[in-house]
Every structure is written in C-alpha cells, then in structure tokens.
Ligand binder design. Structure first.
Ligand SMILES: [Zn+2]
Ligand SMILES: [Zn+2]
Length: 331
C-alpha cells in the first residue's frame, strides 16, 4: 500500500492508503519527489471537469526518481501526455496534438501519491543541479514556453519591440511573464485580481501590474501582443479589445469553454488569435534546460508543502489565501 491524496468528490480531497501502482509493459515505477497543483487540478476539484471523475488521484506536474524498470535511479520529470508515437502529429513532433493521447492525473492515476507508474518513453531526465521542487515547475513552464514560441512566429515585430499585456498572474501568467522578460520584452504589464499575487509578480518579474476590476485598463486597441492566461469570457473580451490592429492574441487558459468573439474586429483589424495546448516533448526538454540555467529566476514565489497538507493547499489556493501562484507538494 502507499499514501495518496485522493480527489473524492466536489471540493473534497483526503489522504488514503491505496494499492501500489502496477506498471504495465514498458512502464517504469516512479517515487514522486515533488508535484505541483495545477489550475486544471483546481478546476477538477470544483467538479468542473467532466474528464476527471472522482474518486481518483490527480496531479501531473511531477519530479521523481525511477525506482523500478528501465533506468532505475534516474531523476526525471515527464510528459503527462501519454502519446502513441505513430499518428500524424506524433510523427511531426507535435505530440501535444496526438490523436490517441491519454493523460496522467486525468485518464490515468496521477502524481499526488508516493508512487506512480508511467511509460518509460514519457520521461525527461533532470540535471543534478535542478532540485525536485523546481523541476516540478517544468510542465507549467513548458506550457508558457510553447505558447511564446507559437506567438513569436506570428508577431510582426520581434518580442522586445512589442507592448505586451498578460491577463492573469497565476502560474502560467507568471511563467510567461518571466520568459517574455528573459526574451527582452520591456513593455510588459500583467492584469491580476489577487493583491498578494500582484506583489509577487512585481517582485519576481519586475513588471507593472494592475487590478482589472478597478485599475486603469490599457486603452482600446493599444497592445501588440496579449496573452490570455485565464481563458474566461471576460478575459477573451478584454484581450480582443486591448489588442492593436495587426496584433496577436494568445489564448492559453480554458476556464469558460465558449463565448462570443468580436469577429468584426478580428477580421477588419487582422488580429491573429492563437490557441495553444500544453507542450511537445521538445518543449519539455528545452524547459528543463531553461529552468536549470535560471531563465525563470529563483522561483522564490513557489510554495512547498507536505502532500498530507494537500487538501488545505487546494482550499487556500481556491480562496486566494496564498501569494504563491504555485504550490508544490512533497510526498
Ligand atoms: Zn498543469
Ligand atoms: Zn500520436
């Protein structure tokens, strides 16, 4: 038996003794060293994700050590998307779009546990100088990196020349802001409703922030590049309103699944609206190197807690009681 933080029902998590994972052919067994709480885990905890059905073990942002199977003893993170390797997209190296994908912590047991089984092909090796609690940031940081890479192909001018607005200062907004600044983006502003998170952004990124509920929003059609790291109806509207003619809107989060889009402006002002989903394995590898090189800073804004305090961590994140845009649990 092992200890696991089980998602047992809407807004309910509890530590339970559960049977050890049984690795399938080609799987390795991991000892989880650190695992981050994702916005999508919180979304599931609220009962808003029909793909994540309780009782189950959530968690897909892990750093771990291989304890059985190929490469025992290696320190790793991994791609939580388990992909087929042979469909059109996998063959193109765009395995985030794999037609046959399943996902750790969604359609397979996740990492809020002492141990987890995963196909060996999903693993990405960690350098010795990257501690587990920072390596657990690989997955959200790779999401930001993938999104910025896609955007930079669409921006008319190089990123350092673009005025940039990020909507949402959660982990993805924070990591996108850190990466954009590393890439030389100077005119960067982040909209975030939580005052604790605004302070944390100003400290970590050194950018201007404002509260979209009462702060002065950017003028209509004044920003070259908008990242919507929330994905709500209201943020989509704000993004489309703020973007300049010829500009780019990158849509990362997905809080509301549907809403109206200003198709008139999109068309007449030649706005590029890009959707992005997760990362490829190449993005994960690049992100591990970037984290190890300090591209995302010291990550002092990340909070560590024991896995046994996971239920409280979910409640604190939900209530906005923590300044941390990311809580990493240690089994
Ligand atoms: Zn995640
Ligand atoms: Zn595939």
């Amino acid at each position: 038996m092992m200890r696991a933080l089980m998602y047992t029902g809407t807004q309910a998590m509890e530590m339970r003794d559960v049977p050890e994972p049984v690795p399938a052919a080609g799987d390795v067994l991991l000892r989880i060293d650190a695992v981050g709480i994702c916005g999508s885990d919180l979304h599931a905890w609220h009962g808003h994700d029909p793909r994540r059905v309780p009782p189950m073990i959530l968690g897909h942002e892990f750093a771990a050590t291989v304890v059985a199977g190929e490469g025992t003893g290696r320190r790793v993170t991994g791609n939580p998307l388990v992909t087929c390797g042979s469909c059109e997209y996998c063959v193109q190296g765009r395995n985030n779009l794999c037609a046959n994908r399943t996902m750790i912590g969604m359609s397979r047991p996740g990492a809020f546990a002492e141990r987890m089984a995963i196909p060996a092909g999903c693993l990405v090796e960690l350098p010795d100088d990257l501690p587990a609690a920072r390596a657990a940031l690989t997955e959200p940081a790779a999401t930001a990196l993938h999104a910025l890479n896609l955007s930079m192909r669409a921006l008319a001018r190089p990123l350092p020349e673009c005025s940039t607005l990020i909507l949402g200062g959660g982990a993805i907004g924070m990591l996108a802001a850190l990466l954009a600044r590393h890439y030389g983006c100077r005119g960067l502003v982040v909209a975030e409703t939580n005052a604790l998170r605004r302070a944390s952004l100003e400290r970590a990124v050194g950018c201007r922030t404002f509260d979209p509920r009462d702060g002065v929003p950017p003028r209509e059609s004044s920003v070259d590049y908008v990242i919507d790291a929330v994905g709500a109806r209201t943020t989509r509207q704000a993004a489309l309103a703020a973007v300049k003619p010829g500009g780019v809107v990158m849509h990362i989060g997905l809080m509301d699944w549907a809403s109206e889009i200003d198709m008139r402006k999109l068309t007449l002002a030649e706005i590029t609206l890009i959707g992005t989903y997760t990362y490829t394995t190449a993005d994960l590898r690049a992100t591990v190197r970037a984290l190890s090189a300090g591209v995302f800073g010291d990550l002092a804004w990340v909070e560590e807690r024991p896995l046994a305090d996971g239920a409280r961590a979910f409640a604190d994140l939900d209530a906005g009681r923590t300044a941390a845009a990311k809580v990493v649990l240690r089994p």
